[in-house]
Ligand binder design. Sequence first.
Ligand code: HPA
Length: 272
Amino acid sequence: MPADAGMAADLIRSRAAARPPRVAIVLGSGLGPVADAVEAPTVIPYADLPGFPAPGVDGHRGRLLLGRLGGASVAVMQGRAHYYESGRADGMAAAMRTLAEVGCRILLLTNAAGSLRPEMPAGSLMLISDHINFSGRNPLIGCDEDDRFVDLVDAYDPALREIMLAAASGLNLPLREGVYAWFSGPSFETPAEVRAAGILGADAVGMSTVPEAILARQRRLRVVALSTIVNLAAGLAPAPLSHRQTIDVAGAAADNVRRLLIAFLERLDHDG
Ligand code: HPA
């Protein structure tokens, strides 16, 4: 293990000695307020965690919160690395390794995404059932560990998806499953790219999540991922796309995301 991951893990262990985190959560653009719901948080800036990403994008804070949410012991990443910030797809590798190392068993990813389905407009939530990697990149390129040949069948854990769907239904919150297509960004897609993605089976497009899901599966974390739809994708949207809109619409939906995450966590078995 690189020294980095070991040092970050030691720091997290020392701060969360009484209750090691079991569920890691990555908060996407505009979802910072979900972090406010974490009870008795211990806050660690990424700057203190070797290998964790430097915060870069508006709407992303760079800090890790350790605490409780929905009865679960959680480690919440407020901010993530995006491929488009650095040209490196493995910007979340150390974080995923560290969170697995300190005892997380589940990774709950959130993001903001553009919808290909007019019946799933801005403000909707989508549970990711599978992904398509349109970036041509993979976070495990260059990794020389034996476990780099990661199986991605059921990468988005079927049992956890059932729990998420049940939690949404319990809240009367519409939640449909769909396929997320990863584009590198930071420009938005062209209408032709969006049409192509739709023909190939995508329901939503976005610029994150897939690298973390791949890295997490390498570490045997069970993954569940939720998209907040913040716009109809290029060519379907009535107005030009912008990052401002992503932050505003995701912020407006943050309360629904918070309620759903808590209901999901409450339904997990908290033993161990
Ligand atoms: N495309 C890619 N990423 C996004 C979008 C989009 O339309 N909306 C929010 N993130």
